[in-house]
Write a protein that binds this ligand. Structure first.
Ligand SMILES: Cc1cc2nc3c(=O)[nH]c(=O)nc-3n(C[C@H](O)[C@H](O)[C@H](O)COP(=O)(O)OP(=O)(O)OC[C@H]3O[C@@H](n4cnc5c(N)ncnc54)[C@H](O)[C@@H]3O)c2cc1C
Length: 306
C-alpha cells in the first residue's frame, strides 16, 4: 500500500495546488483518461526536489506531464502522482543576442513568438505544435524539416532517483527522430537553452504563419487527437500506408481514423482509451500484413488500461 501521508503533509504545509482523483481527460489533447490519484501543480525547482524526495522515500509512482498532447491515458486512470510544472517553469528570457533560456512548462507557441519578436530564427517549425518545451525536448518534436535537436544547446534537469540537479549539453542529449536521452533516464526537464540565428521579423513570422496555415488545412484540429499516432517508418509515410489499406474513416467505438489525415486518430466524442488501442492494433495488423511494415507508436500510453 502506497503511503501518501507524507506527501499530503508536505503539500498542505507549502500550500501546493493539488487535486485528488483528477480526471486525466481534462489534461490531454485526446480528452481521454481516467482519474489520477493525485495531481500536483509544482511551481519551483525547490518544491520539485522536495516532492521527488518524498515520492522516492515512499515508493510512490509518479509521472510528469507537459500539455498532454502526446499522451493516451488508461480508462482506469493512474494509481500515482501526476506532476505538472507551473510557476517559475513558465519563465522565458533572452540571455544574449541569440540565446533564449526557457522554462520547461512554456508552451512552444509562446516560445516561438518570443523568438520571432527578438528577431531569432530556428523555431518556426514548432509554431502550432501544441506541446510544452519540456515535452518537445523529451520527444525531440519536429515538423517541416525542423526539429528541436537543431536548436537546443543545453537542457537542465532534476534526476529522478537522486533528486540532484544536472545538465546535458547538445551532444549529450542523443536526440534523434522523436527520441532523446530523457526517454531512457526519465529525469525531469526544468529549463532549456536555445541557440538561434538572427533574422528579419517579417521573414520569421511569415514562415510561422505558413506552417500554421498548413496545419489547419491538413490536420483534424476540430476533434480531440494526439497528433500523429505512429512514427514515420523508414522510406515511407504512416498516413499513406493507412490510406492505401482502406482504413481512412475506420472506427472502433468513439475512436476513428481521421478522414482529413489518416495518420491521426480522432476522438469523435466518447472514445475510450481501449477504443483507441484497439484501433491502433487493428491498423498495425493490417499494415503489417499488407505491406510488411511494422508501424511504431509515437503516442505514449500511461496508466491502467484495463
Ligand atoms: C494537433 C497536434 C499536432 C501535433 N503536431 C506535432 C508535430 O508536428 N510534431 C511533433 O513532433 N509532435 C506533434 N504533436 C505531438 C505533441 O504535441 C508533441 O510530442 C509535444 O512535444 C508533446 O509535448 P507535451 O508538453 O504535450 O508533452 P506530453 O504529451 O505532456 O508528454 C509527452 C512525454 O514527454 C514527457 N515530458 C513532458 N514534460 C516533461 C518534462 N518537463 N521533463 C521530462 N519529461 C517530460 C512526458 O512524461 C511524456 O512521456 C502534435 C500533437 C497534436 C495534438
Amino acid at each position: 500500500m502506497n503511503n501518501y501521508e507524507e506527501i499530503f503533509r508536505y503539500i498542505n504545509e507549502k500550500g501546493i495546488d493539488f487535486k485528488k482523483d483528477e480526471p486525466m481527460r481534462l489534461h490531454t489533447s485526446f480528452k481521454i483518461g481516467g482519474p489520477a490519484r493525485l495531481f500536483l501543480n509544482v511551481e519551483s525547482k525547490k518544491q520539485l526536489i522536495e516532492i521527488l524526495n518524498i515520492i522516492n522515500n515512499e515508493s510512490i509512482n509518479f509521472f510528469i506531464i507537459g500539455n498532454g498532447s502526446n499522451l493516451l491515458v488508461g480508462d482506469k486512470g493512474i494509481d500515482g502522482i501526476i506532476i505538472k510544472l507551473s510557476g517559475e517553469f513558465n519563465d522565458i528570457r533572452l540571455v544574449s543576442e541569440d540565446v533564449i533560456e526557457c522554462g520547461a512548462a512554456v508552451p512552444l507557441s509562446r516560445l516561438c513568438m518570443f523568438a520571432a519578436k527578438n528577431h531569432l530564427s530556428g523555431l518556426e517549425f514548432a509554431f502550432g505544435i501544441p506541446g510544452t518545451v519540456g515535452g518537445a525536448v523529451f520527444m525531440n518534436a519536429g515538423a517541416y524539416d525542423g526539429e528541436m535537436k537543431n536548436v537546443v544547446e543545453q537542457v537542465y534537469h532534476v534526476e529522478k532517483d537522486s533528486c540532484s540537479e544536472g545538465m546535458f549539453k547538445r551532444n549529450e542529449l542523443y536526440m534523434s527522430y522523436r527520441s532523446s536521452i530523457y526517454q531512457k533516464s526519465n529525469d525531469i526537464i526544468t529549463k532549456v537553452v536555445f541557440k538561434l540565428k538572427k533574422d528579419n521579423y517579417e521573414c520569421i513570422k511569415g514562415k510561422m504563419d505558413d506552417f500554421l496555415y498548413r496545419r489547419k488545412l491538413k490536420q483534424p484540429l476540430e476533434y480531440p487527437n494526439a497528433g500523429s499516432i505512429f512514427k514515420r517508418p523508414n522510406g515511407n509515410f504512416a498516413a499513406a500506408l493507412i490510406d492505401e489499406c482502406g482504413l481512412k474513416g475506420k472506427s472502433i467505438g468513439g475512436a476513428k481514423v481521421s478522414e482529413k489525415h489518416s495518420g491521426f486518430i480522432i476522438n469523435t466524442g466518447c472514445a475510450s482509451c481501449e477504443d483507441v488501442i484497439n484501433l491502433i492494433n487493428l491498423i498495425k495488423d493490417i499494415v503489417l500484413t499488407k505491406y510488411g511494415v511494422l508501424l511504431e507508436r509515437e503516442v505514449r500510453i500511461i496508466g491502467n488500461i484495463n
